[in-house]
Design a protein around this ligand. Structure first.
Ligand SMILES: Cc1cc2nc3c(=O)[nH]c(=O)nc-3n(C[C@H](O)[C@H](O)[C@H](O)COP(=O)(O)O)c2cc1C
Length: 331
C-alpha cells in the first residue's frame, strides 16, 4: 500500500468496528484521496442474513466509524453510495469515501477513539440492574422489566433453536467461531475455542443442549443462541434497545443510516458505563418480529434493524479478534 501512515492509522482504528458474525466483510481500496469499500463475498452470511439487512447495517456502522475517525484526524469526508440493490454486487465497490489526505493530523487525544476501543460485544452475565437510562429516539424502544421479558426470552430461544436446525446457518456459525478466535484460541468473550472441535459443532451443540455441565461452561456463547439456561440471559439486564424499520425502508441507504444510529447508540451506552451486545437472532426470524410487533403494538409492516441487549458488565478486559490488516485491503 502506497499511502500516508496517518491514513493507515485511521484504517487500523476502523478495525474496531463490529460486524454481523464478526465477518469483517469489507475491504478497502485506496487511491488518491479516495477510499473505496468493497464487500468480500467470501465473508458474507446469506443464510443468517438472507436480506443482507445486517450486512448493510454493519457497513453503515463501519462507514460511520470511518467518517468519525477522519473527523478526529481533522478531515471532513463525503460518501457516495454506488449500489442501490440489497443484494451486493461483489465485482464493484459498494461505496466511496472522499477525503483530503494532505489535511490529516493526528489528534492529541480523542474521546471518540477511547470509546471505540472500549466498545465490545459483551456476552457475559450482567452484574446488576441498578442503572437506568432515558433515551428519546424516534422509532426506538427500550424494553425493560416492565415488559414481557419472559416471552421475549422464549421467542429468542425459539429463533435460536430453529436456526440451530438449519445446516447452512450452522456452517456460517462455524465460520463465525473460526473468525472469532485469536492466536491463543480465545474468542472475544474469553471462550476457549481451541477445545471446540469445529468439525463437530453439531455434536457440540447437542452436548450443549443436553448436558448442564457443558451448558455452564459455554453459557457465554449464549448470545449466538447456544444458551440452555434461559434464566441467565436477561438476568440483571437493564434493557434491550429495539429500533424499528418499516418494510418499505429495506434498501441500502436506509440500512446504512440504521447502522449509523446503531453505533452511536452503542457508543453512548458505553460512554454511560454500560456494556452491550446485539441479539439479532431475536429480530432475524418471524417468530421474533411477530412477538415484538405485538408487544410494542406496531403495525404489520414493522421490521427491526437493531436489538441491543445492555446492562452493567463485569469490567473484564476488551479483546479484539480481527483478521490481519492486509486482508482488509484490496490487493
Ligand atoms: C449488525 C450486527 C448484528 C450482530 N448480531 C449478533 C448476535 O446476534 N449475537 C451476537 O452474539 N453478536 C452479534 N453481533 C456482534 C458481533 O458478533 C461482534 O461485533 C463481532 O464478533 C466483533 O466483536 P466485538 O463487537 O466485540 O468487537 C452483531 C454485530 C452486528 C454489527
Amino acid at each position: 500500500m502506497n499511502t500516508n501512515s496517518l491514513l493507515t492509522e485511521v484504517l487500523q482504528l476502523a478495525m474496531h468496528s463490529p460486524s454481523i458474525h464478526n465477518t469483517q466483510m469489507w475491504q478497502f481500496g485506496i487511491s488518491s484521496n479516495q477510499l473505496s469499500i468493497h464487500l468480500n463475498k467470501k465473508y458474507l452470511v446469506p443464510i443468517a442474513d438472507p436480506e443482507y439487512r445486517d450486512t448493510w447495517v454493519s457497513l453503515g456502522i463501519q462507514v460511520d466509524i470511518i467518517q468519525n475517525l477522519f473527523k478526529e484526524y481533522g478531515v471532513t469526508t463525503d460518501i457516495n453510495l454506488l449500489q442501490k440493490n440489497l443484494k451486493v454486487d461483489h465485482s464493484q465497490p459498494v461505496l466511496l469515501i472522499h477525503f483530503d489526505e494532505s489535511k490529516l493530523k493526528k489528534p492529541s487525544q480523542s474521546r471518540y477513539i477511547d470509546l471505540l476501543k472500549k466498545r465490545r460485544s459483551y456476552r457475559g452475565p450482567f452484574k446488576s440492574s441498578s442503572m437506568a437510562l432515558n433515551l428519546d429516539i424516534t422509532n426506538t424502544f427500550i424494553i425493560n422489566d416492565s415488559m414481557d421479558l419472559k416471552s421475549i426470552n422464549k421467542a429468542y430461544h425459539l429463533c435460536a433453536a430453529k436456526q440451530s436446525l438449519n445446516s447452512g446457518y450452522m456452517d456460517e456459525l462455524r465460520q463465525w467461531v473460526k473468525l472469532s478466535k485469536d492466536e491463543q484460541g480465545f474468542g472475544t468473550e474469553g471462550l476457549d475455542y481451541l477445545s471446540l472441535n469445529l468439525n463437530s459443532i453439531d455434536t457440540f451443540l447437542a452436548k450443549l443442549f443436553l448436558n448442564d455441565k457443558w451448558a455452564k461452561r459455554f453459557s457465554r456463547v449464549g448470545m449466538h443462541g447456544l444458551l440452555t439456561d434461559e434464566s441467565k440471559n436477561f438476568k440483571n439486564m437493564s434493557g434491550i434497545i429495539i429500533k424499528v424499520l418499516d418494510k418499505n425502508e429495506l434498501f441500502p441507504s436506509q440500512l446504512i443510516k440504521e447502522g449509523r444510529s446503531y453505533i452511536s447508540i452503542w457508543l453512548s451506552l458505553v460512554e454511560q458505563g454500560f456494556e452491550a451486545c446485539p441479539i439479532s437472532t431475536l429480530i432475524d426470524l418471524p417468530e421474533g418480529h411477530e412477538l415484538l410487533r405485538r408487544l410494542l403494538k406496531l403495525p404489520d409492516n414493522a421490521l427491526f434493524s437493531m436489538a441491543l441487549r445492555f446492562g452493567e458488565g463485569d469490567g473484564s478486559q476488551v479483546r479484539r479478534v480481527r483478521r490481519s490488516f492486509n486482508d482488509w485491503l484490496v490487493s
